[in-house]
Design a protein around this ligand. Structure first.
Ligand code: NAP
Length: 311
């Protein structure tokens, strides 16, 4: 197993290819999800050597965490798995608002522990910033929970560079999770300069651009009603067509390497300075197992340059 990457300043080591689980019980994000399939894909990932699971309260409003808790209980190997989860979403009168208030975050964390059937969480993220809570105060509350042994590392997600600096003013942040993929590379100039300088691991979400960079969609691909990709600008009209043409370019480079496009793309993410791990999502048990092949793709500096130029 490749547990060779350290998360920020913590002592947690992981395989750099993890598993994103927003399609494991994430019924509010994808239609027609089968929970048995979701649990099977978590089992398959862990069996194959993945040891880093990324979930959140909002994925299925607790359901993703519950299913992961069931899988880990059945396997009896909680201590071998690094669990990352996130909180901040609060339902007020049927509407979702973000809340980083220390009292609310503690309540969220306690609920996540119950759903995951565990007494500690390895990496706990503030999923989104809120408008009111001073960022350092919210992270300070997580630091207290770390001192109590309830969490082992602290993350923030969807924070701007400015918000990150404020959140990390005491140096407690270990991981930043934000959008990054070949189509959407803003983090290279916004967040990565800070995370690299302060020994914070950067973990991209949507590394495969929600499947677009896995190389199997075409102009004929249709998504079911309720699929979040129907709202994603990368998947609309002419932009979708142009993006598919770029993916075609990747296919030839992947073929030269004897790799699939998805593995080439994940390998490239791991080569971006400051990116320590990837958490591609999956809809079936074959995908996470396949995605471990990213660790075998060798990319030279000129390969990387060619790919980045094409985008
Ligand atoms: P993603 O990783 O960019 O794309 C995953 C999708 O790509 C899969 O659901 C599957 O979709 C397809 N895929 C995966 N492996 C493949 C393979 N080997 N071959 C072909 N297709 C493959 O998008 P994501 O899952 O939305 O994001 C990754 C994770 O990041 C999430 O699971 C979640 O844990 C996290 N996330 C966090 C935030 C945040 O705010 N912090 C936001 C979004 C996501 P199909 O089979 O449908 O094509």
């Amino acid at each position: 197993m490749h547990s060779n990457v350290k998360l920020g300043k913590s002592n947690i080591r992981i395989n750099p290819v993890g598993l994103g689980t927003n399609a494991v019980g994430g019924h509010n994000l994808y239609p027609n999800l089968d929970e048995g399939q979701g649990k099977a894909l978590v089992h398959a990932a862990l069996d194959a050597g993945i040891n880093f699971l990324d979930t959140a309260f909002i994925y299925g409003i607790g359901r993703s965490e519950e299913l992961i808790g069931e899988v880990l209980t059945a396997r009896g190997d909680r201590d071998k798995v690094i669990i990352a989860t996130k909180g901040a979403h609060q339902f007020v009168d049927g509407q979702v608002v973000m809340n980083n208030n220390p009292v609310f975050i503690r309540e969220q964390l306690e609920n996540s522990l119950k759903r995951l059937k565990t007494d500690y969480i390895d990496l706990y993220y503030l999923h989104y910033p809120d408008k009111e809570t001073p960022k350092a105060e919210a992270v300070g509350a997580l630091q207290k929970m770390r001192e109590e042994g309830k969490i082992r590392a602290i993350g923030v997600s969807n924070f701007s560079a400015e918000q990150l600096k404020e959140a990390d003013s005491d140096g407690y942040v270990d991981v930043v999770q934000d959008r990054y993929n070949l189509f959407q590379r803003e983090a290279e100039v916004t967040l990565l300069p800070y995370t690299r300088e302060h020994n914070i691991s950067f973990i991209p979400f949507f590394p495969l651009a929600s499947g677009l960079l896995a190389g199997k969609y075409s102009n004929a691909t249709r998504f079911d009603d309720g699929d979040i990709r129907l709202k994603n600008p990368l998947f609309q009209g002419d932009a979708f067509k142009q993006n598919l043409e770029k993916v075609e370019l990747l296919k030839s480079i992947a073929a030269e390497k004897g790799a699939e496009v998805a593995h080439l793309v994940l390998a490239l993410c791991l080569k971006i300075p400051g990116v320590d791990a990837v958490i591609p999502g999956a809809k079936n048990p074959a995908q996470p197992v396949e995605n471990l092949k990213a660790l075998e793709v060798e990319l030279s500096d000129s390969d990387i340059e060619r790919i980045l130029q094409a985008f």
